[in-house]
Design a protein around this ligand. Structure first.
Ligand SMILES: Nc1ncnc2c1ncn2[C@@H]1O[C@H](COP(=O)(O)OP(=O)(O)OP(=O)(O)O)[C@@H](O)[C@H]1O
Ligand SMILES: [Mg+2]
Length: 326
């Protein structure tokens, strides 16, 4: 099956992800897929959750923190500004403290605490996570393409979703139990009970959001996850390991795409020994890829003569990914 056929045969798979080790071509393929889908008449959002996002680089436009920016008809790109989300969190916390205690100014001690909490790496993850949920729940696009971070991080992100979910499940259950116990007391203390209800409602709201986003990531019907590999021994080994781990988190893998294959036509010409050896080495690795991933390998993309930036180059990659003319 080709990559185009995977899309044609599974029109319900609206959440597209390219995973793989650092620098193999995830962002390039995310952009090229968005380009191809937009050309087919779909409304597509390609977005990045990476603080070192490079969608601005590939589209040659500064889109950081600007929401969904239209790059060409039907193609929108977005880079999430995690810091801004953290600042919004902080402001919400300050507002709650002001309201609760009727304060005009946050005491220095508490302000220091709010600042320190923002420096926690978990805070950034959680801000990004929240922004992703907002995007996905928004349901404004036909296709959502996650420009993922390298493997380790994506796994962390997935595992965090399930841990977070489990934690909230426990707290929610506890709250429900307490609610039952406190029913008698509540007859006497009406106000307290409605406060409890509010907290429970908020927890269930958060749980619902998390289930939506992590559910989408692992939903075979709605999600297509592709691995990017290159013809190198170490990359093949790492990808195999990662695929096993992904299976553990129930991420359904839709196929593998081989990037940076030196064009075979070159081998027939009079080429330097150096290049001939590189081609031979790649041929060996391509054989390994075929033995390892077999029919799950959807397509090969050649090594281009330059970096992939700008719509013209993105279009060339899309032609190679989906078989030109589209
Ligand atoms: N087939 C190709 N031919 C030439 N250059 C390529 C090709 N594929 C990717 N590149 C270039 O390789 C570099 C890395 O690609 P890209 O940014 O897509 O990788 P990535 O997997 O998203 O990296 P990261 O893990 O850092 O996010 C970029 O400069 C890109 O233009
Ligand atoms: Mg990238």
């Amino acid at each position: 099956m080709s990559l185009a056929e995977v899309f044609q045969q599974h029109p319900d798979r609206r959440y597209i992800e390219f995973g793989g080790k650092g620098g193999l071509g995830k962002t390039t393929f995310s952009a090229a897929t968005a380009y191809w889908l937009a050309k087919q008449g779909h409304k597509v959002l390609v977005f990045s959750v990476d603080p070192q996002a490079s969608l601005s680089d590939i589209f040659q436009r500064d889109i950081f923190g600007k929401g969904a920016v239209e790059i060409m008809p039907g193609l929108f790109a977005q880079e999430i500004d995690a810091d801004r989300h953290i600042r919004q969190y902080q402001e919400q916390i300050r507002q709650k403290i002001r309201d609760m205690y009727g304060m005009d100014k946050i005491p220095d001690e508490i302000e220091g605490y709010i600042q320190a909490a923002a420096a926690e790496p978990a805070m950034e993850e959680s801000a990004i996570f929240d922004a992703v949920v907002d995007i996905v729940v928004g349901a404004k696009f036909d296709y959502y393409i996650y420009d993922l971070v390298p493997l380790g991080h994506a796994l962390y992100y997935l595992s965090m979703a399930s841990i977070y979910d489990e934690w909230i499940g426990k707290v929610t259950a506890l709250r429900q139990e307490m609610q039952e116990y406190s029913q008698v007391a509540a007859l006497l203390e009406r106000n307290k009970k409605s406060e409890e209800d509010e907290i429970l409602a908020e927890l269930q709201y958060i749980k619902g959001r998390i289930n939506t986003s992590s559910g989408i990531l692992t939903d075979r019907e709605k999600t297509a996850f592709f691995f990017v590999v290159t013809p190198e021994e170490m990359i093949i080994l790492d990808t195999q390991k990662a695929a096993t781990l992904f299976a553990k988190y129930q991420v359904p893998i839709s196929g593998y795409i081989v990037n940076r294959v030196i064009p075979k036509e070159l081998a027939r010409q009079d080429i330097p020994e150096y290049l001939r050896r590189r081609i031979e080495m790649q041929a060996g690795s391509l054989k390994r890829i075929d033995q390892t991933f077999g029919a799950d390998v959807l397509t090969q993309v050649p090594e281009f003569e330059r970096d992939i930036t700008g719509l013209e180059m993105i279009g060339r990659v899309a032609d190679s990914l989906f078989g030109g003319g589209a």
